[in-house]
Structure formats: structure tokens, C-alpha cells
Design a protein around this ligand. Structure first.
Ligand code: FEO
Length: 409
């Protein structure tokens, strides 16, 4: 994709990865590919904000070269050292070995561990509120540790009122368009949600505090330019308010049923439990975790108030893919969620106890006794599944009401 001017003398010079489908070492399925956004500011000091993943260094260099010779870069801002944003640094330093780097103290530590002997040594540590004068334009910095790495920070261009927010407000989406007023809003918000749920969810309390801290600064904002996906220039308020809601763990009265089945009995249970939930007029989504992209399921789980987790028993434990799935969920540190468990077994059982233990360790409250069925559910047991779904909703509504009462008291 060619470089594109965002405002006068500020350019997008990143790269598009149309083909990537697995990100962060297979922890995120990028069904729409991704973009690596990097930005170039022309002023007395020519400044690069972030770079791109190493395989896309040449694409970024060509974009820079279409505006200015890369030899002329004076400053490089490293908002985040993760290789998808810093991987092209060694290549850049082949052109401008004397460029000065700016980043957080953790960025300095991590950057040289990644690129020992490959990048310039002129590194200036910056902290929140520090200013960098480029000529007519000025940058200021906001440290955002653990959103989502220790080194993370935002950079704000005062004159353009642009917040370069790095991973925050990003989405994995390869597209020809650069701005939110050029794309389908439903898809954009869906990708933003998926990104938040799969990457930023564990850091929600930090994100909430950081947004509130920035709001108190009262800095005017015209553009939020993240390091992945679409740039926000129309719906700024919407994405900020949505992030606030997500960071507060606001959820829907919705149930996600996620299951793994060996011979189909647990699946029969899942579908009939779902019927009971549907007849209770509550939204439900059902996922066979071996068939559906985990990244999509996690997105649905982020929004849902409750989970029903099912697995057949194998060797007195849950099936192995469900074990991995729940381990991933645990890492996301969900808060304020309720659950029940179900599944079929042959003789000794064990999967349901196994699942309950993991859910409890995750901080998810079990609100209903497990439903176990031996071998294949018969007609009566299918009815039991339906009733289990209905009972679960009664309990969920009661818990939800109690929680609401707690919040308002
Ligand atoms: Fe897009 Fe945390 O890297």
C-alpha cells in the first residue's frame, strides 16, 4: 500500500499483511489479515513513529522513500518494542545510523536485548509529560505500562491533536482503507472488540485508569492512530466510550456454550441445553471448540455474562483441547462471570470435576451443579438438558440481580 497523508506533513508509511492468519505465535487468528501502522512526521526533525514487522521492512522503506530519503530520519519513537512494531528497526538503522531513539525506560532495556549491536545507541528515555520539539510540531509522551507490555507508551502530536496509541484501539484488519469513515463500521467495531478481548482483556483495570487519567488531562483529540488497522478520525468518542465499557467489564445477559465432544453425546447435551436458554429469552451462542476459531469464541465470551462448558470424559479428565482452551481463558483473567458444566462419560467420569476446578481457579463462579450423562442421552435425559438450560438462566438472573444490587448499594 502506498504512503498516505493523514494531516499535513504526517504520513502513514506502514505495511499490510494480507495473508497472515496466525498472530502472536498462534494465540490470535487474524482472519482478515493485519496492518502494521507506522507514521512519519516531516518537520525540522524528521521523525518516525514505530516501524513494522521485519518481513515488511522493505515495504515500509519504499513508503518512506516516496516522501523523504530514509537517510534523513533524525528521530525514531518506539511506542512499543514488540517485534511487530520494532522488527524493521535494524533495517532502518542501515540508512540512518545516527538517528536518536525515544522510548520508555523499559523500552530501552528490551530493545537492546532484541537488537543488540543492530541499532543505534543514542537512546533517550522519556516519561509521561516529556516534550520533544521537532520544529513547528511538538510531541509529548504518555507511559502506558502493561497496556500491554511493560514498555508500552502513547505519543501525542500536540499541533495535529493525534494520539499515536500503538496497540490500544487497534484491530487486526488488512484493508486498502486507512480511516474509520471509509470502512464498514460493524466490521470495524467487531474487529476492535475481538482485539480487545484476545489481547487487552487481562489489562482492563489498567486501561480504565489510563483512559480516565487521559480524560482528566483534557487534551483535544482529532485522531487516534493505532499501530494495527483502521485510524479513528470520525468515531473517536464511540471507540473511547466503548473501551471504557469494555474496561469496566460491562457484559450482556448472554450465555456462551463451549464444548468438546468425542462421539457426539456432549454435543447433543449442548444443543438441548441451548434450547432451554433460548426458551428463556436469553441470547446464547454455541461453539464446538474444535470447529470454531478460538479467537472468535473468546470475543463472544468477553461479552457474555455466563458460560456453560462441556466435555466428554477421557482418562478421568476433560478432553485435551478443552484443557488448552480453558488455560487460555484463564490467562485472560475474566471477572464477574458465572458458569455451569456438563458432559457425557463412559464409566468413572472426571471431566466435570476437572473443568470446575479450572473455572474456580480462573475466578469464575459456578452457579449450578454439573450435569453428567452416561454414554448417550435418552429422551428423558434430553429433557433434563433442556431443563438444565432453563434452570441455569433462573440462577443467572438471580446472581445478576444480586450483583446489580451490590453495585447500587
Ligand atoms: Fe502489536 Fe503488542 O504488538
Amino acid at each position: 500500500m502506498p504512503a498516505e497523508e493523514i494531516i499535513a506533513d504526517v504520513y502513514w508509511i506502514g505495511a499490510i499483511d494480507w495473508n497472515v492468519r496466525n498472530f502472536h505465535g498462534y494465540t490470535y487468528n487474524t482472519k482478515r489479515g493485519t496492518t502494521f501502522n507506522a507514521y512519519l512526521i516531516l518537520d525540522d526533525k524528521i521523525t518516525l513513529i514505530d516501524t513494522v514487522f521485519k518481513p515488511f521492512a522493505q515495504e515500509m522503506l519504499e513508503n518512506i522513500s516516496s516522501i523523504v530519503s530514509p537517510e534523513k530520519i533524525d528521530y525514531i519513537i518506539v511506542n512499543h518494542l514488540e517485534p511487530d512494531h520494532s522488527g524493521a528497526l535494524p533495517r532502518i538503522f542501515e540508512f540512518c545510523p545516527k538517528a536518536k531513539i525515544f522510548g520508555s525506560v523499559k523500552s530501552k532495556e528490551g530493545l537492546y536485548k532484541h537488537y543488540y549491536n543492530q541499532i543505534g545507541l543514542d537512546f533517550q528515555v522519556v516519561k509521561t509529560g516529556d516534550k520533544l520539539h521537532l520544529g513547528k510540531k511538538t510531541l509529548t509522551f504518555i507511559e502506558t505500562p502493561m497496556i500491554h507490555w511493560p514498555d508500552s507508551m502513547f505519543t501525542y502530536l500536540i499541533e495535529g491533536e493525534i494520539l499515536f496509541s500503538n496497540d490500544a484501539f487497534g484491530q487486526h484488519w488488512a484493508s486498502m482503507e486507512r480511516f474509520d469513515d471509509q470502512v464498514n463500521e460493524t466490521v470495524l467495531m467487531d474487529e476492535a472488540l475481538k482485539y480487545y478481548a484476545n489481547i487487552l482483556w487481562p489489562f482492563s483495570s489498567l486501561i480504565l485508569r489510563k483512559i480516565e487519567e487521559i480524560q482528566k488531562l483534557n487534551i483535544p483529540l482529532k485522531i487516534i492512530a493505532p499501530s494495527h488497522g483502521i485510524i479513528w478520525r470520525k468515531n473517536l468518542n464511540k471507540i473511547i466510550q466503548t473501551y471504557l465499557a469494555w474496561a469496566k467489564n460491562e457484559t450482556k445477559l448472554k450465555v456462551v456454550i463451549a464444548y468438546e465432544t468425542m462421539y457426539g453425546s456432549t454435543e447433543i447435551m449442548a444443543k438441548n441445553i441451548a434450547k432451554g436458554i433460548i426458551d428463556s429469552q436469553v441470547e446464547v451462542k454455541i461453539f464446538d471448540i474444535n470447529q470454531i476459531d478460538r479467537t472468535e469464541i473468546i470475543k463472544e465470551m468477553f461479552e457474555a455474562k455466563a458460560y456453560l462448558i462441556g466435555s466428554s470424559t477421557h482418562d478421568n479428565a476433560m478432553l485435551p483441547n478443552m484443557a488448552g482452551f480453558l488455560k487460555f481463558l484463564r490467562g485472560l483473567k475474566p471477572k464477574g462471570k458465572f458458569a455451569g458444566v456438563f458432559g457425557s462419560y463412559g464409566w468413572g467420569g472426571g471431566a466435570l470435576k476437572d473443568i470446575e476446578e479450572v473455572l474456580k481457579e480462573t475466578g469464575i463462579e459456578i452457579i449450578q451443579n454439573p450435569l453428567a450423562i452416561q454414554y448417550v442421552p435418552d429422551e428423558n435425559q434430553i429433557k433434563n438438558c433442556y431443563e438444565y438450560g432453563k434452570d441455569f438462566i433462573l440462577k443467572l438472573k438471580k446472581e445478576n440481580q444480586q450483583n446489580l444490587n451490590l453495585i447500587s448499594s
